[in-house]
Write a protein that binds this ligand. Structure first.
Ligand SMILES: Nc1ncnc2c1ncn2[C@@H]1O[C@H](COP(=O)(O)OP(=O)(O)OP(=O)(O)O)[C@@H](O)[C@H]1O
Ligand SMILES: [Mg+2]
Length: 358
């Protein structure tokens, strides 16, 4: 499959509800076979964008092209997609079999073809034993798997998922996330999943579109977005971040409360005020105290399995605690307790520099 071929192109899409602008000039492209996530806080327009692609919502302006065809003015019934919603939208009065068969019956498939297709789908989602059950007799995870089978029964070329895992408990959610990923690997179906869970998006997507206030703030692979967030909003929304104020001292160094740290190619002018975003895993503890190290006091320690999350009081972040993640094993010479004074450095690989907006 040619992964580079653009399957879905959205151009200058706007959607207003009365005077409220829910989508502002969205222009994105999704490649054939890609698994993308629309990720952002509640109310940022994720569902609205998905519904515009499905034709369940009509855009105020702009266009959507799917597989080289302008679809933005087509009714839902003439668009090519399968959809799964957050809450189990199965028909409660139909069995699993009938739920999955529903779309095929509307297309007037022959009985024996329907039987064959539904059995194939039930086996694909691992629920062959449950064919006669009704939705109320299934767990949440099983219901979402049936909803997924129903969405792809008619072999659509685009799969739309609106928070399909968010109503499930944590364990089932992680398991089903893995299943979705395998499922996508096997079928290669172009898939768009809406989520507000950054960990879910990072773990499953080929590419993430981070949204806020009806706009796409950044798109990129999970690694790109995590390591090089374009602005403080993305840095803060994806993963954990410590914000630190600084001032540019030269083309490759920034001054943070009387200390200078080296950051190559930050691109800001000498004397400019900047905001640094430091990832917790980029904070390294050291027993040495010198002109490169910063000082802090341990206020709290959380045990999180493979690492410790340390909360530090430090003059470089007034009024807030800094978060530092320290691997459980290794660096045994820097074990400490609440109340201890510590020294740390910050790895420039986990630092990003932004224009200061205050
Ligand atoms: N039919 C509607 N009429 C008026 N406003 C709407 C309508 N649908 C959505 N909105 C508004 O548009 C904005 C975006 O809504 P949308 O449902 O797309 O958000 P979302 O990103 O999916 O959020 P969530 O994560 O909570 O599901 C919200 O402020 C919402 O109140
Ligand atoms: Mg939503």
């Amino acid at each position: 499959m040619d992964i580079q071929s653009q399957y879905l192109i959205i151009e200058n899409l706007n959607k207003n509800f009365g005077s409220f602008q829910a989508l502002a000039n969205i222009s994105i492209e999704i490649n054939e076979g890609e698994f993308v996530c629309f990720l952002g806080p509640s109310g940022c327009g994720k569902t609205t964008l998905l519904r515009c692609i499905a034709g369940l919502e009509v855009q105020t302006s702009g266009s959507i092209i799917q597989n080289r065809e302008l679809i933005s003015d087509l009714p839902t019934s003439q668009r090519d997609f399968g959809i799964v919603f957050q809450s189990y939208a199965l028909f409660p009065n139909l069995s699993c079999f009938e739920n999955i068969a529903y779309g095929l019956q509307s297309l007037r498939w022959a009985r024996k073809d329907i039987n064959q297709r539904v059995e194939e789908l039930l086996s694909l989602i691992g629920l062959s034993e449950h064919t006669a059950k009704y939705p109320s007799q299934l767990s949440g995870g099983e219901q979402q798997r049936i909803a997924l089978a129903r969405a792809i029964a008619t072999s659509p070329n685009l799969l739309l998922l609106d928070e399909p895992l968010s109503a499930l408990d944590a364990k089932v959610r992680v398991h089903l996330r893995q299943e979705l990923k395998n499922f996508h690997r096997r079928l290669g179906l172009t898939t768009i999943m809406v989520t507000h869970d950054q960990e879910e998006a990072l773990s499953i997507a080929d590419r993430i579109f981070v949204m806020d206030g009806g706009r796409v703030m950044q798109s990129g692979t999970p690694e790109e977005i995590y390591l090089n967030p374009k602005n403080p909003f993305v840095a803060n929304f994806i993963g954990m971040t410590n914000f630190i104020d600084g001032k540019v001292s030269s083309s490759d160094s920034i001054k943070i409360s009387e200390k200078h740290i080296t950051i190559d190619g930050h691109g800001f002018q000498k004397g400019e005020k900047v905001r640094l975003a430091a990832r917790p895993e980029g904070i390294q503890f050291t027993t040495k105290k010198n002109k490169k190290t910063f000082q802090g006091k341990v206020k709290d320690i959380e045990f999180l399995g493979s690492f410790l999350r340390i909360y530090l009081e430090t003059p470089i972040i007034p009024n807030r605690l800094m978060i530092a993640d320290k691997p459980m094993f290794g660096n045994a010479d820097t074990s400490f307790e609440i109340g201890d004074s510590v020294n740390f450095t910050m790895s420039s690989d986990f630092l990003n520099v932004y224009k200061c907006d205050h």
